[in-house]
Ligand binder design. Structure first.
Ligand code: HEC
Length: 135
């Protein structure tokens, strides 16, 4: 194989990887807007004392690996997020596949001003499988 063909293959692979990532981010955004934004708002700022923010939220920064669990199981602890106490429980969001949970998770981790890294699909799956064992 000559250097030119190698370059073409390398570039196409890179292009595919990048567009794949973008597709996942876009699917995460659409799912977020459908399943989460009614409470946490399109821009992740939450709603007053009722629904906590997801953008620039100290609680999420410290507990980001719990995102898949929260999406699938909800959460009913009292939480202090950015100094504000939240006490209304969040119900589980039903009917999402593991891929969809992963895409929402990764969308939230990097949407708006969040720069919380990413979670591989395998990692998301492991978190969800650990939960099933506990049930
Ligand atoms: C019906 C309203 C509602 C919907 C829909 C909802 N949440 Fe929540 N969410 C809440 C409430 C209320 C809390 C606070 C729970 C508590 O205090 O125990 C919360 C807490 C959280 C937290 C932890 C606190 C924080 O701010 O970091 C995360 C993360 C979260 N939700 C993510 C999501 C995601 C992602 C979705 C969509 C898949 C979603 N929520 C859908 C109401 C909602």
């Amino acid at each position: 194989m000559n250097i030119r063909s190698k370059l073409v293959i390398l570039c196409s692979t890179l292009f595919l990887l990048v567009s794949c990532q973008e597709d996942r981010f876009k699917q995460g955004k659409v799912l977020y807007e459908f399943h989460c934004a009614s409470c946490h708002m399109d821009d992740g700022t939450g709603l007053a004392q009722l629904y906590p923010p997801l953008d620039n939220a100290d609680w999420l920064r410290e507990n980001k690996t719990r995102l898949p669990e929260i999406i699938v199981h909800g959460i009913s602890d009292s939480l202090v997020v950015n100094g504000q106490l939240y006490t209304i429980p969040m119900s589980p969001v039903y009917g999402l596949s593991q891929v969809e949970v992963s895409n929402i998770t990764n969308y939230v981790l990097s949407a708006w001003s969040n720069d919380l890294g990413s979670m591989g699909f395998r990692e998301v799956q492991e978190h969800l499988e650990d939960l099933k064992i506990q049930d």
